[in-house]
Write a protein that binds this ligand. Structure first.
Ligand code: F6R
Length: 260
């Protein structure tokens, strides 16, 4: 695992976008796993600035709410359309989001895993982390080898996401989420984290026990994980300078609680 620590959220975007741009230049038909929420927004913004030919790039979203009407502005289909497909000039026919409006969401979830496999798997999966350690919408208790499926959202996650809705009661109670096992099949995982409110959970995920109680701890088992965090989010990690990339300090994570 490698971790880049940068001064602020804008820096996380610049470094993560640089990593993605290198992948896309070497593989113009790369398959990106796409996260929503606030963490990856600086990444998409910075990646747009690279002005790459994105016409061959394909994308798979991590998750989607179940039960929002088609076209709801907070459905992840709409968020991905606005923030990713349009901003990066991807072909809309090559960007996929789980079908939260399907008559049979469980079947839609299984189809989604098959579609990822048909695309040849995900080259780089962009991830954020929830305050309770969730990855995608794999809430605490999710099996580390789980597949894409229908899940209930915890109250904590609904509360966190209520900032995007008119009222907390409008946040859906169910979702379709890529499973932890599905996520682990991506060839590279790129976790983007900013803000002091993520410092405790980031430390727990990267240095604590690997356990379904902290779903993001599964990252410790993946052979190619890159974490891009701002200083506030990395504050509880002990880091060891290991070189310099993109003009920032490339650091390796060590279990521990102090800042180097
Ligand atoms: C979004 C997703 C979630 C978020 C997480 C962090 O597609 O799967 O796991 O990455 O809730 O959200 P933010 O970035 O808004 O703090």
């Amino acid at each position: 695992m490698e971790i880049f620590v940068v001064p602020n959220a804008g820096g996380t975007g610049a470094v993560a976008a640089g990593i993605l741009a290198a992948v896309i230049r070497s593989r113009p038909d790369a398959v990106l796993g796409v996260a929503t929420g606030g963490s990856p927004l600086p990444v998409y913004e910075a990646l747009a600035g690279h002005r790459l030919d994105m016409s061959g790039v394909r994308g798979f979203a991590l998750d989607e709410y179940v039960g929002l009407p088609a076209g709801h502005p907070q459905s992840y289909a709409e968020v991905v359309r606005r923030e990713v497909t349009e901003r990066l000039h991807l072909d809309p026919a090559s960007v996929f989001v789980p079908d939260g409006g399907a008559a049979n969401p469980e079947e839609a979830a299984q189809d989604y895993d098959r579609a990822i496999a048909r695309a040849g798997g995900i080259d780089v999966q962009i991830l954020g982390i929830g305050h309770n350690g969730h990855l995608a919408f794999n809430e605490p208790g999710s099996a580390l080898d789980s597949r894409t499926r229908v899940e209930a959202l915890t109250e904590r996650t609904r509360q966190a996401n209520s900032r995007y809705f008119d009222s907390p009661g409008d946040v859906p109670v169910r979702c379709i989420t890529q499973g932890l096992g599905t996520i682990m099949e991506a060839r590279q995982l790129l976790l983007v984290v900013h803000g002091a409110d993520k410092a405790d959970i980031l430390c727990e995920a990267l240095t604590g026990p690997v356990s379904p109680e902290c779903p993001a701890s599964v990252l410790q088992l993946h052979p190619h994980v890159t974490v891009v965090a701002d200083e506030a989010a990395a504050a509880r990690l002990m880091v060891v300078p290991a070189g310099s990339v993109h003009g920032t300090g490339l650091v390796k994570v060590r279990a521990g609680a102090a800042v180097a």
